[in-house]
Design a binder for this molecule. Structure first.
Ligand code: OTU
Length: 626
């Protein structure tokens, strides 16, 4: 297997290497020597040994070398500097995520918002899909018709280049979605397949009889049970059922076909050369289908991600991979390469359990599920980070918490159901103004939609005291995200307490997707209010700035510093230790508590209050922020 390293032959990648400048060729030869063993191993685990996998490896290496050879001098230099500082992305990292159109109209508009982002301490900007989307409904751009052509509504290739350069100059890394699991039904691969081209038919997963569909469906959960029931869509021209985990217009790719892996990774590397510095690997848990399983988190998913990482380490080692795997806590660490086949995998992963559990804690005024999640969260490998967040463009999915709920005796998931009713505002006494997602059946908990400030009661408050409580709830959740995360991610509008999308805007949007409730358009008036001392916007914004400042000043906030749950003695208080130096206490109750913080000290924490503490040389604890 290693013969391609030791026996010189005019293989495709060697030819590509010969075309590189001497300094790049030397560096690339080193990277290949380092990555080849893992690349070969993971590909042959996935595709079997033999000629076919050798050829695939050759082609992938040639593609990676070609990308590296063509990388702009600025990006090549960035790679080298990042290789020498693998912690580059951990120092005071703060993320922000937004839809290009809602945030700034188009890519050029985003350039004009860079100073705003800098004022929040942002180092990482995830713009939701901005490559060409399907005509008609497109799942907010997640039905991708072309991986490499900018969506015309949002700008041009030149605009993207301008944006990546401007962001880089501002110290902000641009993160782009890369939708691994599926393409739009009008992507050229799908068009070819529909037109009868067998080569492209083999790019997709298909079933050829109703019985086969039923056989798979037995074990498959549903992502959109109300609006897109089932996981297959019948295609009359193919006389077959195409696998469509999400919407019927999103066709799942067939990764059992090595050509799919080759095409997808090649496209991803080409996008890296446009100046994208991080990829959000959308719905990455679904890539591999195996009969008799729920077709999620299969070993091959991790082998393919590790092969992908090895290729990126050759082509563009300064680029980050982020797993978007909305899965139960115990399924997440393998995305950092901590699974059954250990090895470098993603640098970042969403901690969706922590996010959902912090909302449950708020509804219940009890931290037991959240604490269990923290206890089930292992330390991450060096150079990697949890991405923590309060809200994002998707619903809050409750089912990721089933294992923790069940371990605490909630076999019927009543607690998750209660939380979902609470945030939909249908539980007695609820202050929340959200809505249930994909849950016509009131007896199941699926997801909840709504902007954070609507969910914490900011817009239902009728007295100053209620408004204060709502604000404190919002800051409590953000303080937990900023304290715990390696990369805390803000969702556009939350920094200004922006409410749900207005009824008029909703009515004008295409499609029945309930998640539009928390996809409002930018409101400049709210942004201006952040400058006015005493306004809600100012209070949120300045607190987030203070969190960002603290994260920048202390290495204890690096993403690979372990965070552990410690005992708080109050069922409403989550207590965390971060490294040797920091402690955080988070009170999810409407009542104040006297909290023993250790070292013989007790602190009063207000309703929905929090405190971050640092141990000092005199053995007392210093309050960093509360
Ligand atoms: C991702 O989401 C995206 O974030 C969604 O916006 C897309 O609709 C979806 O992929 C399809 O591209 O399962 O692990 O609201 O949490 O669909 C990936 C449900 C996913 C999302 C879920 C999610």
């Amino acid at each position: 297997m290693s013969s391609s390293v030791s026996v010189p032959k005019a293989s495709a990648w060697r030819v590509a290497l010969m075309n590189a400048s001497p300094d790049r060729a030397d560096e690339l030869a080193k990277r290949i020597a380092q990555q080849l063993p893992i690349l070969q191993n993971r590909l042959s685990r996935t595709y079997g040994e033999g000629n076919q996998v050798e050829e695939l490896t050759e082609q992938l290496l040639a593609a990676a070398v070609d990308i590296a050879r063509k990388r702009s001098q600025a990006l090549w230099d960035l790679d080298l500097s990042r290789q020498s500082q693998p912690h580059w992305h951990q120092k005071g990292a703060v993320g922000y995520t937004a839809y290009v159109d809602h945030f700034a109209g188009n890519l050029r508009g985003v350039v004009d918002r860079i100073d705003y982002l800098k004022s929040l301490g942002v180092t990482y900007l995830h713009l939701l899909p901005f490559f060409k989307a399907a005509e008609g409904p497109n799942d907010g751009g997640f039905a991708v018709a072309n991986f490499e052509v900018v969506e015309p509504r949002l700008g041009t290739q030149a605009d993207l280049q301008l944006l990546t350069q401007a962001l880089r100059a501002a110290g902000i890394s641009l993160c782009s979605d890369f939708v691994l699991n599926h393409v739009a039904h009008d992507h050229e691969w799908a068009v070819e397949a529909r037109n009868g081209n067998p080569e492209f038919q083999n790019f997709f997963c298909m079933a050829h009889s109703q019985a086969e569909v039923d056989g798979w469906e037995k074990n498959l959960p549903q992502i959109f049970p109300d609006t897109a029931p089932g996981n297959f869509t019948y295609q009359p021209s193919l006389k077959a059922w195409v696998w469509t985990t999400f919407y019927p217009y999103q066709w799942d790719l067939n990764y059992a076909n090595p050509k799919v892996f080759f095409e997808v990774v090649s496209a991803m590397m080409r996008v890296a050369n446009m100046g994208v510095e991080a990829f959000r690997l959308d719905s990455t848990g679904f890539l591999w289908k195996r009969e008799g399983t729920n077709c999620q988190n299969q070993p091959e998913v991790h082998w393919l991600l590790q092969a992908m990482r090895a290729l990126m380490e050759i082509a563009c080692p300064g680029v980050l991979l982020k797993a978007e795997a909305i899965m139960p806590t115990h399924q997440l660490p393998p995305y950092f390469g901590l699974g059954e086949t250990p090895g470098p995998e993603c640098h970042l992963a969403y901690h969706s359990s922590m996010m959902a559990a912090s909302w449950v804690a708020l509804a219940e005024e009890n931290v037991s599920i959240l604490q269990a999640v923290m206890q089930n969260t292992p330390a991450v490998p060096q150079g990697s980070s949890w991405l923590t967040y309060v809200r994002c463009h998707d619903d809050i999915g409750w089912n990721v918490l089933r294992p923790e709920a069940q371990a605490l005796g909630d076999t019927h998931y009543q607690r998750l159901l209660n939380a979902s009713h609470f945030f939909a505002g249908i539980a007695p006494g609820s202050y929340a103004q959200g809505a249930s997602f994909q849950t016509t059946d009131l007896q199941t908990a699926h997801g909840t939609n709504g902007m954070a400030s609507a969910l914490v009661g900011m817009y239902s408050a009728s007295t100053p005291a209620d408004s204060q409580l709502a604000l404190d709830r919002l800051l409590l959740l953000q303080s937990l995200s900023y304290f715990t995360g390696g990369l805390p991610l803000l969702y556009m509008g939350d920094e200004l307490g922006m409410g749900n999308t207005s009824a008029e805007v909703l009515a004008a949007r295409q499609g029945p997707d309930g998640r539009e409730l928390h996809r409002p358009n930018w409101q400049e008036a709210l942004a201006q209010l952040r400058k006015q001392e005493g306004s809600v916007q100012h209070r949120i914004f300045s607190k987030l700035q203070a969190f960002a400042q603290l994260r920048k000043s202390l290495t204890a906030f690096h993403g690979d510093v372990p965070v552990n749950a410690i005992e708080s003695k109050h069922p409403t208080v989550l207590a965390l230790q971060r490294g040797a130096e920091l402690k955080g206490f988070f009170n999810f109750s409407r009542l104040p508590v006297d909290q023993d913080v250790g070292n013989g000290q007790t602190l009063a924490i207000k309703p929905y209050g929090f405190v971050w503490l640092q141990s000092s040389s005199s053995a007392t604890l210093r309050t960093l922020i509360d």
